[in-house]
Design a protein around this ligand. Structure first.
Ligand code: ZN
Length: 285
């Protein structure tokens, strides 16, 4: 039951508790993905989902976790990563995903109707430092987290880094020999990489590129762009970034995706690669 050989592996799904209300709990998401022969990686901007993912796996559900290194959750610090690794347990066929902060810089204008999960939580109060300092260098804690990520069974993900920050993280990851790096929604306007950038990173070892359904659903990018991204890089991962109460559920996500893949003129092999093989290889121990 608990393996990554699935019809679909979604590396980015939001379940509650999170900053905003979500459609499902971790267990509920596990049941939904079990129903579509999937594996799901649960993400929360509030911090760490390792414990709830471990609990779900004890019930036979196909779930693994993430930690987002926001200040609210302990910040960019190796001990936050270590704590999450231990909590995630050693039974998972999928590595824990460690996201650089997502609560950084000015708020990204979102078209989502978001309801706070907790009435006391003022998101703006928790916006922290970006990963680069004023001179354009990666801050020391970021470099320490990258070193920790090299030595632990995790995938590092770029969170809400912009283009410049993402490229600096890629450089440092190469210097350190980091085994797995996921460029979080790389071509979303907030991140800003182009398909040409992705082609230049095609040979960067261990680098995977995420494109999310939410980016298409909110109209930031279209199916033609999805095709360009898939053809630009050999290790593209198609994820959902869903979980919002008013967005499609996992089964509907799959059926919508099929029509996008057709419009993007992807081959059956490319579809299988971006929905199952690449994300499974990214997460594999
Ligand atoms: Zn997300």
């Amino acid at each position: 039951m608990c393996d990554l050989a699935r019809r679909v592996v979604d590396v980015h799904y939001h379940a509650g508790p999170d900053l905003y209300r979500r459609r499902l709990t971790t267990g509920g998401a596990g049941r939904a993905y079990a129903g579509i022969d999937g594996w799901v990686v649960i993400k929360s901007h509030l911090g760490c989902t390792a414990a709830s993912a471990w609990e779900a796996r004890q019930e036979g559900l196909p779930v693994s976790g993430t930690v987002v290194l926001n200040d609210l959750a302990g910040g960019v610090h190796p001990r936050v990563v270590e704590q999450a690794v231990y909590t995630h347990g050693q039974d998972s066929p999928a590595r824990l995903v460690v996201h650089l902060p997502t609560l950084v810089g000015p708020a990204h204008p979102s078209r989502l109707h978001r309801q706070p999960f907790h009435p006391l939580l003022d998101t703006e109060r928790w916006r922290g430092e970006r990963v680069l300092d004023d001179t354009g260098q990666l801050r020391r804690p970021v470099r320490e987290v990258l070193r920790a990520a090299r030595d632990l069974p995790v995938v590092l993900a770029t969170g809400h880094c912009d283009r410049e920050e993402t490229l600096r993280v890629v450089d440092e990851a190469a210097r350190l020999d980091l085994p797995r790096l996921l460029l979080t929604h790389a071509t979303h306007p907030m991140t800003g990489l182009t398909p040409a950038d992705l082609t230049r990173l095609a040979d960067a070892p261990g680098v995977y590129v995420e494109i999310t359904a939410l980016t298409l659903l909110l109209g930031h990018r279209d199916a033609g762009h999805l095709g360009d991204v898939v053809r630009a890089h050999p290790r593209v991962v198609f994820s959902s970034d869903l979980g919002q109460p008013d967005q499609p559920d996992p089964a509907r996500w799959l059926s919508l995706s099929e029509s996008w893949f057709e419009q993007a003129q992807l081959t059956p092999h490319q579809v299988h690669a971006v929905t199952a093989l690449n994300p499974a290889a990214l997460l594999a121990p």
